[in-house]
Design a protein around this ligand. Structure first.
Ligand SMILES: [Zn+2]
Length: 215
């Protein structure tokens, strides 16, 4: 299964009809936040496959050309605090970044994120009973603590994500938020059973359902 993952940056090659030639064969698109609704809507419409997303700390809605305020992309599936089945994969999501300013949506303390993760627990255990595994992929905006994260408060990762990887063993944790400035920045790191991928811009993932981690 081929998966296109995106976040943080509108990539010219994806926001053009050429996307159909390059990525017409993807089965699924996962978006990890800080992207304008029009971009997600263009991709979901052009590729015609499910697009699952979480919001980032900069997703505050936009005004469209006809003066309407648009908060969420149409035709896409918000998976924050949920686990959904798409193309045979179990995909969970946790939006937002570490809280660094008094105002602004999609910002959370470590404690808040712990509660958000806790609200996913019934769905995860249901999957374990039903499918023999908790989840295949977790999409987040922020990275896990000390994996691809930054040292300032805004870019510090969540310890909660480490716990989720340790307990529920997704094959992948895909995140954005941390910008990648050059080829020397680590964007794929293995943490126990999980490959952590920073999808800043875009990445392609090949997923073999037969080898997914059994819980
Ligand atoms: Zn961000």
């Amino acid at each position: 299964m081929k998966i296109l993952t995106i976040s943080d940056k509108v990539v010219e090659g994806l926001y053009s009809p050429a996307i159909k030639q390059r990525f017409g064969d993807v089965d699924l698109v996962l978006a990890c936040g800080d992207l304008p609704p029009y971009y997600l809507e263009f991709i979901v419409t052009t590729l015609g496959v499910p697009l699952l997303y979480v919001f980032g700390n900069h997703d505050q809605g936009v005004f469209t050309s006809d003066g309407k305020f648009k908060y969420a992309p149409e035709g896409c599936i918000n998976v924050d605090e949920r686990v959904v089945k798409a193309q045979e994969l179990l995909i969970g999501g946790l939006e937002g970044s570490m809280r660094y300013s008094g105002q602004g949506e999609h910002q959370y303390t470590e404690w808040d994120m712990r509660w958000k993760a806790l609200r996913m627990t019934p769905a995860l255990w249901w999957n374990r009973l039903r499918h023999g595994r908790f989840l295949d992929i977790l999409i987040t905006h922020a990275p896990p603590y000390r994996i691809h994260d930054g040292t300032d408060l805004c870019h510090t990762g969540f310890k909660t994500f480490l716990r989720i990887m340790d307990i529920y063993r997704p094959c992948y944790l895909i995140h954005g938020h941390q910008h990648v400035y050059g080829p020397h920045t680590a964007i794929r790191t293995t943490h126990h059973h999980t490959q952590v991928v920073n999808t800043y811009g875009y990445q392609v993932i090949y997923f073999d359902v037969a080898t997914s981690n059994k819980g």
